[in-house]
Design a protein. Structure first.
Length: 239
């Protein structure tokens, strides 16, 4: 389980750095910058995550996301334990109009005037004034609060505006079926103890995937919890 301790430590450090990095994940600032004909840091980050998902799926969500660093302790302390497994497509109802709005704002702005990776930050730091702190704590409250409403990793499954980029990227990878980071399974080793289900932070029915011999699932973040929990070593990382 050393790997999981490392993973959770990395995501928690990412959470501690969130006052610095928050604006680079902002769904609003990308629109605000677009209205001025600028490409913001968040635009570049989202494009980068989409491109990375073509090779490593939602690895970012499991290993680097500050949101994961906020939610993992709630799962470990069993503060949230009742996941809702259906309706994760709801986040696309927010994501699709947002993407359309970004494109529309870029069009009406006239022309692309430049790239400002540090847009609206102060020397690269997101939280630098009292108003920004209000936004910061509001975001944290929403992310944590959705865990109590929808169960563990509730924000990731029902509201996250970043995950759709990687979900689409992963689906593209699956269509063309080229080598990428993934989970591999030997179904014959499984004794259906379902420890993989209990350990999955995304509440995926991992055991069912194992029985089918196909570990692909759009909510899988490749965190490896099922890999490290399986006593039969039926699940492994592969490329």
């Amino acid at each position: 389980m050393i790997r999981q301790k490392i993973r959770k430590s990395i995501t928690f450090i990412s959470f501690l750095l969130y006052p610095i990095t928050m604006f680079y994940f902002s769904p609003y600032l990308i629109i605000d910058a677009a209205s001025k004909g600028l490409v913001s840091g968040s635009f570049i980050i989202f494009v980068t995550l989409f491109l990375s998902s073509l090779l490593v799926g939602r690895f970012f969500c499991g290993w680097l996301c500050p949101g994961a660093g906020m939610q993992n302790p709630l799962i470990d302390m069993k503060v949230v334990t009742k996941p809702i497994k259906k309706g994760a497509w709801i986040k696309f109802l927010f994501w699709a109009p947002w993407i359309v709005l970004i494109v529309f704002v870029f069009i009406i702005s006239g022309r692309l005037k430049g790239i400002d990776f540090f847009y609206s930050t102060h020397n690269g730091i997101s939280i630098s004034d009292p108003l920004a702190y209000i936004i910061y704590y509001a975001v944290i409250t929403i992310i944590i609060g959705l865990n109590f409403i929808f169960g563990k990793r509730g924000f990731c499954k029902y509201l996250c505006w970043i995950s759709p980029f990687m979900i689409i990227g992963r689906k593209i990878r699956n269509i063309f079926n080229y080598p990428s980071l993934r989970l591999k399974v030997n179904s014959t080793l499984c004794n259906q103890c379902r420890k993989c289900n209990d350990s999955c932070p995304m509440s995926i029915d991992v055991c069912d995937l194992v029985q089918k011999g196909n570990m692909e699932h759009y909510e899988c973040t490749l965190c490896g919890s099922c890999v490290d929990t399986c006593p039969q070593k039926a699940i492994k990382f592969g490329f």
